[in-house]
Write a protein that binds this ligand. Structure first.
Ligand code: GDP
Length: 444
């Protein structure tokens, strides 16, 4: 996860000041020294750090903090607000053209994740915004790139416009837009060529595509793991092309987060999306405020709720609630639940979005690997239909067989059965209280 070191350091600095009834300038100075170090260690651009510390210090020794009843809390609020501002303030939206199609040019250096991100973005546009995108293969110098985009298109069942590698990218873009109009595709995502370095020939070509296709968005895809290099790349692309947004990829592997914190400030271009993995659904809208909240250990409940909503089927949730009420919840239902949680992403990542999670010692080292869930699944799958409904009938002999059948151990089987039994007991108690409450006229 990104920002690990930064989050740790900022949180321990904040801890010192949180409950203080009074703070003076020396306290603020001391805190700012730590904040400055934390940001520099996270590979945040030097100028950005200087500016940030200056802003926070001014506000922290100003009226709004010193005169407040809870100055410690107030300083934390200032840090959070400035951190949010640093990353772009309010979340920026994706453009919609007055007359479709909306054209998005995807640019970036080779290996940054441009082609993958083009597929991910198209997937997000369809899933979240109900759009009908077309992908355009305009990287003619790397034949593999055309193939790669076509494969992504197949996986997503989405049209990919390609004219091979003998037609100029400008011509490809032109024809693609005309075709999208004809076919009623409301978004056109142009995957342009990448190079190893920023060079003139590349920029000239991109400028030509820009001129001809009048894109509504020009998104630069950069690799977060390259830190300050990503910031420099963003700066030169922005100078030459005028970017409307940045997509920061591989944030899943970037533990420092320097690029995420510097890009907006250095280039004045907002980060619009972040890539968090190789799979096609691993792209998220970037929310500066939520990210600031996560860095400061205040949790990111909103993202957690959104994830749950996107992954949990409403009908199924209702059905489940009914089963819990009538205490007819079986191990099969439990299995299904596990499946749903799994689709939300790695469990340890989910846990980290909980408020206060960063303060729980050990959570950072905790790897709830999917293997554990897989074991539980295997155990349940090795039971008979009857056993899943009446697990209390499973005797010692059967437990041994189930352990063997699922490639686990008897203690693991015992643990699961015990946990399930307790869960059911709890459900019974809960439904009991609810029914009692109902008889008295229910709760308000
Ligand atoms: P391009 O040359 O810029 O088009 O880069 P590709 O789209 O071919 O991606 C290069 C590599 O980065 C591939 O192996 C992708 O799977 C990987 N990649 C892209 N985005 C992400 C991300 O957000 N996280 C991770 N871990 N890998 C990514």
């Amino acid at each position: 996860m990104a920002f690990e070191g930064l989050a740790d350091r900022l949180q321990s600095t904040i801890q010192k000041i949180r409950g203080k009834g009074k703070i003076n300038e020396a306290d603020v100075k001391e805190m700012m020294r730590e904040v400055r170090l934390a940001l520099l260690e996270a590979d945040v651009n030097f100028k950005v750090v200087k500016e940030f510390v200056k802003k926070v210090s001014e506000r922290a020794v100003g009226q709004e903090v010193m005169k407040s009843l809870t100055p410690g809390q107030q300083v934390i609020k200032v840090v959070k607000e400035e951190l949010t501002e640093l990353m772009g303030g309010e979340q920026s939206k994706i453009a919609v053209a007055n007359r479709p199609p909306t054209v998005i040019m995807m640019v970036g250096l080779q290996g940054a994740g441009k082609t993958t991100t083009t597929g991910k973005l198209a997937n997000l546009l369809r899933k979240k915004y109900n759009r009908n995108p077309m992908l355009v293969a305009a990287d003619i110098y790397r034949p593999a790139a055309i193939k790669q985009l076509e494969t992504l298109g197949k996986q997503l069942s989405m049209p990919v416009f390609s004219l091979g590698d003998q037609v100029s990218p400008v011509e490809i873009a032109k024809q693609a837009i005309a075709k999208a109009k004809e076919d009623h595709n409301d978004y056109v995502l142009i995957d342009t060529a990448g190079r190893l370095h920023v060079d003139e020939a590349l920029m000239d070509e991109l400028k030509q595509i820009k001129e001809l296709s009048s894109p509504d968005e020009i998104f630069l895809v950069v690799d977060a793991m390259t830190g300050q290099d990503a910031v420099n790349v963003a700066q030169s692309f922005n100078e030459q092309l005028g970017l409307t947004g940045v997509v920061l990829t591989k944030l899943d592997g970037d533990t420092r987060g320097g690029a995420a914190l510097s890009i907006r400030s250095v280039t004045q271009t907002p980060i619009k999306f972040v890539g968090l993995g190789e799979k096609l659904d691993a792209l998220e809208a970037f929310h500066p405020e939520r990210m600031a909240s996560r860095i400061l250990g205040m949790g990111d409940v909103l993202s957690l709720i959104e994830k749950a909503q996107a992954n949990v089927d409403e009908e199924k949730a209702k059905e489940l609630e009914q089963k819990m009420r009538t205490a007819s919840f079986t191990l099969d239902d439990f299995l299904e639940q596990l499946g749903q949680v799994k689709t939300m992403g790695p469990l340890d990542e989910l846990l980290k979005m909980m408020p206060g999670a960063n303060k729980m010692k050990g959570l950072n080292n905790l790897k709830i690997d999917d293997k554990q869930i897989t074991h539980v699944e295997a155990i349940i799958q090795s039971m008979t239909k009857d056993e899943k409904i009446h697990p209390e009938t499973i005797n010692a002999n059967r437990r041994k067989r189930i352990a063997k059948g699922s490639g686990t151990s008897v203690p693991e089987v015992n643990r699961l059965l015990k946990q399930f039994e307790e869960m059911k007991k709890m459900m019974k108690q809960m439904t009991g209280t609810q029914q009692k409450g109902k008889k008295k006229g229910g709760f308000k």
